[in-house]
Design a protein. Structure first.
Length: 94
């Protein structure tokens, strides 16, 4: 997730953003595989949040604007909240 927050789209372009998203997707797939049975609600939220992020990125690549870039930022924040929720759930079982 930190990789997404560090991407400088204006300076590095959308390829840098796509690279960060690919990295997050790989890590997210691992988490989903490990946690899906016990934390299904949080995992579903993660999947939905990631899908929303991908949609926002697709929209920004198709029609770059302040509005579409703001949507990416909002999606990253929402996904970070979803990750936090899962982390809290896992921590409560330890």
């Amino acid at each position: 997730m930190a990789d997404l927050g560090d991407v400088q789209v204006v300076e590095n372009g959308t390829a840098a953003l796509q690279s960060a998203v690919d990295s997050v997707k790989s890590d997210l797939d691992d988490v989903v595989d490990d946690a899906s049975s016990q934390f299904s609600t949080q995992v579903d939220d993660l999947r939905s949040g990631f899908d929303a992020l991908q949609a926002a990125i697709t929209a920004a690549v198709s029609a770059p604007s302040a509005q579409t870039l703001t949507a990416i930022s909002a999606s990253v924040s929402a996904l970070a909240d979803d990750v936090g929720s899962l982390a809290d759930g896992v921590a409560s079982t330890c």
